[in-house]
Design a protein around this ligand. Structure first.
Ligand code: 5GP
Ligand code: SF4
Ligand code: MG
Length: 465
């Protein structure tokens, strides 16, 4: 998901709509905005579909007045399939001291246990979302102001969270102690501030990137400026390495390096680790493009657009059902036949999850008369589900959890299939010595099975790690 917030700008909701539009790649199912106006109080609008189809209408935006607003773009993660509007964020509630609204990116790994406890104590839930727990925990806290109540609440929450929240007068940003999901701070002109999942959404509103919110940090922003708090016990950061591979937009900056450059470097590493003789290097667009450029540059094999992407379809993986996802590949990608015919083709994609995309693409490429097909994948085999906010399927649906590399190659029906090593991926992400196996610098649980936060709810349901 993507989160965005603005304070200190007239009609803040308009800025939030633009920010959410730039974060649309993080979630395409639905979006929502909550604003606050001194006269009209809190207002909220939540809609299915793209930001541009909803939050551009004057009639809707007029209902979201005020100098303070937050928003969310959603894609549902494991266990919450089937979209219902009551699960669309931001969540907002009035309680002591005026109440608050929150937008959450990540996943709370002990939400089921918390929810049960809260319901037993009288909380009235409006949604099935894990994120709603935070509002109820805040409402039940005895602290004397909302940021302190939020600290109370978040100390009970386990898992990954980057949160943008608001009271009647404050914009609040928080990252969990490991900093699994991104969150950045921007300055708008002389008076305004923005919080965003990624820097690309600051650019769209002309905000200046100030800095990342640090893992374990809470910022409280008012007209007076930005206050920094440290509510959690210090921990070694474990940013999601898959943000580098796929999730973030290539024009965003993380840790001082552009995501594009990291992905290009992944391609360079991949060409060194897994060379093959061929005529052209083609990306599976768009997610494989920067890595294919890097592969081509390092190998000297020409880059070519062997697959053309229809720009009017969304991200396949994020489609919530299997049948739509199957269709999605054909709706989205088509082979550039004239180019492919008779060629030995290296196809570069970011990941193999279920293998659906790769199988379809292989069929299209062979159908177009390719002489050979070699898959090169910009991440290690995805063997484990993510419990921190990325929608990977259960283990039995993950190709790499059930087959070794040769079996996967045979299943996909390609001439060769190779994945970047975990060390290679770490090097591309700026860790010159690769992965520190004693204290890994990133979360890489979907590749390694080493979960930095125990997925308590899943373990209670019998999941084995
Ligand atoms: P598959 O078809 O193998 O199930 O999915 C792989 C494709 O889904 C890749 O092309 C990748 O770009 C895309 N993808 C989209 N979202 C995700 C995600 O959250 N996790 C992973 N691993 N791949 C994703
Ligand atoms: Fe990211 Fe994978 Fe960790 Fe999930 S399990 S947070 S996708 S690295
Ligand atoms: Mg892709």
């Amino acid at each position: 998901c993507g989160v965005f917030g603005v304070i200190g700008q007239a009609e803040a909701a308009n800025f939030v709509a633009l920010g959410l539009h730039a974060l649309q790649h993080r979630g395409q199912e639905a979006g929502g905005i909550v604003s606050h106006d001194p006269e009209q109080g809190f207002n909220s609008a939540r809609r299915f579909g793209y930001v541009r189809d909803n939050f551009t209408k004057a009639s809707l935006m007029e209902t979201l007045p005020g100098p303070l607003a937050i928003g969310h773009v959603r894609y549902s993660t494991a266990g919450k399939k089937g979209a219902v509007i009551r699960d669309v964020q931001p969540f907002f509630g009035e309680f002591a001291m005026g109440g608050a609204a929150i937008a959450h990116n990540g996943n709370i790994t002990n939400a089921a246990a918390l929810r049960k406890e809260l319901i037993q104590h009288g909380s009235i839930f409006q949604s099935s979302s894990d994120s709603e727990c935070i509002i109820h925990l805040m409402a039940r806290s005895f602290q004397k102001n909302i940021p302190e109540r939020m600290k109370d609440a978040l100390r009970r929450v386990e898992g990954a969270f980057s949160i943008v929240a608001m009271t009647r007068t404050k914009l609040i940003g928080v990252r969990d102690a490991l900093g699994v999901r991104p969150l950045v701070l921007g300055k708008i002109g002389d008076t305004g501030w923005a919080l965003s999942s990624e820097t690309c959404a600051l650019d769209i509103i002309g905000a200046e990137f100030v800095r990342e919110i640090e893992p374990g940090e809470m910022v409280v922003i008012t007209a007076e400026g930005v206050e920094s708090h440290r509510p959690f016990a210090p921990a070694k950061p474990r940013f999601c390495i898959f943000e580098h591979v796929y999730f973030s937009r290539p024009d965003s900056i993380v840790g001082g390096q552009s995501i594009y450059e990291t992905r290009r470097q992944i391609g360079v590493e991949l060409a060194r680790e897994c060379p093959v003789d061929a005529d052209i290097v083609c990306p599976v667009p768009d997610s494989g493009t920067p890595a294919a450029i890097g592969y081509s540059q390092e190998s000297g094999i020409p880059y070519a657009m062997g697959i053309i992407r229809n720009q009017y379809t969304g991200r396949t993986f994020i489609e919530p059902t299997e049948s739509i996802r199957n269709m999605g590949v054909l709706l989205k990608l088509n082979v550039n036949r004239a180019l492919i015919k008779g060629k030995r083709v290296i196809l570069v994609d970011d990941s193999v999850v279920r293998g659906t995309t790769s199988r379809k693409i292989k069929e299209m490429i062979l159908d177009a008369g390719a002489a050979e097909v070699h898959f090169r994948i910009a991440s290690p085999p995805t063997m484990w589900p993510c419990f921190y906010g990325v929608d990977t399927p259960e283990r039995d649906k993950l190709l790499a959890a059930n087959m070794n590399e040769e079996e996967m190659r045979a299943h996909l029906g390609v001439d060769s299939l190779r994945f970047i090593s975990l060390d290679g991926l770490y090097r591309a992400a700026g860790e010159a010595k690769g992965r520190n196996n004693d204290y890994p610098q990133y979360c890489d649980a979907c590749f390694s099975g080493e979960y930095p936060v125990e997925p308590a709810d899943m373990i209670a349901q019998g999941f084995e790690i």
